[in-house]
Write a protein that binds this ligand. Structure first.
Ligand SMILES: C[S@@+](CC[C@H](N)C(=O)[O-])C[C@H]1O[C@@H](n2cnc3c(N)ncnc32)[C@H](O)[C@@H]1O
Length: 259
């Protein structure tokens, strides 16, 4: 998948951060020269164009826009702050303040941000095997700055690593994270979920392997948690204990308890 990078029409200056982003992503820089995104794409025979905007990089791909935004995480944390409504991921993982959390399937980072908030500054690392997703989310998180300090702190505490989780887990020592978490692309996607439509174009759709899960059990000190559709057969295939919070939830969590 060829992805090129350019500036906006109005600000064609090449800032230091933009240079670092291009280098980290291995993208080719193409001067904007007042051209439209569609024209740049066809001239360069690229699948996508990243535009470097003041708020963070925005990827134009397949008629969709992909950029980092913490809206889902913000709503979930706000529910807890306003109504003391417990988040199901935090209930499933039993995450405590100070715990370390390894998110093996980062995506847009909503779960990692929620874990970061509830770990109160504990180490949170997110692995993402798709390079464009990892780069857009890493830089979007770095550049994120809202009026809510609690949200900025949670977002900025997430370390994003572009890596495939099985090989990354294999290289980690035993017991190196309290919680290891997986949220693979669902075997049967929720069709109405438009929020992740652009992510689906670039995501790794492979099922979670039993080998990766075994490595996770070696790396986790407390719990391995897997998110899936409530009616999924993945819980059975992977030998997970399925947690039942509410019969109305479409989503469920499976766990492997370590201690
Ligand atoms: C359903 S999304 C995760 C959504 C995420 N939990 C959130 O809150 O935004 C799954 C993500 O995991 C990534 N992924 C799938 N398999 C992976 C693997 N083996 N290693 C690393 N990332 C993987 C996909 O590319 C995709 O971006």
């Amino acid at each position: 998948m060829k992805i090129i990078a350019t500036t906006t029409q109005s600000n064609t200056q090449i800032k230091e951060d933009f240079v670092r982003f291009i280098e980290e992503g291995g993208f080719s820089y193409i001067p904007r020269q007042r051209k439209s995104i569609a024209l740049l794409c066809s001239e360069q025979q690229a699948s996508g164009v990243v535009v470097w905007q003041p708020e963070g990089p925005v990827l134009h791909i397949g008629g969709e826009l992909f950029f980092f935004h913490p809206s889902m995480a913000k709503n979930r944390i706000a529910c807890f702050r306003k109504f003391k409504q417990a988040d199901t991921l935090i209930k499933a993982s039993q995450l405590q303040p100070g715990d370390s959390f390894l998110d093996c399937t980062l995506g847009l980072g909503a779960d990692a941000i929620v874990a970061s908030y509830f770990s109160s500054g504990g180490q949170v690392v997110g692995l993402e095997s798709s390079r464009p997703i990892a780069l857009i989310v890493r830089w979007g998180m770095r550049m994120y700055n809202s009026s809510m300090n609690w949200l900025n702190a949670a977002v900025n505490n997430v370390e994003v690593i572009n890596a495939e989780h099985h090989s990354y887990l294999q290289a980690l020592p035993d017991n190196s994270f309290d919680i290891v978490y997986f949220d693979p692309m669902f075997r049967k996607p929720i069709l109405e979920s438009q929020a992740i439509a652009p992510l689906r174009l670039m995501a790794n759709h492979q099922e979670l392997s039993a080998e990766a899960l075994n490595e996770a059990c070696r790396v986790a000190r407390k719990r391995v948690v897997v998110k899936e559709m409530a009616n999924s057969r993945e819980f059975e295939r992977l030998g997970l204990i399925k947690l039942e919070f509410s019969p109305h939830n479409k989503i469920s969590y499976g766990i492997k308890e370590i201690c």
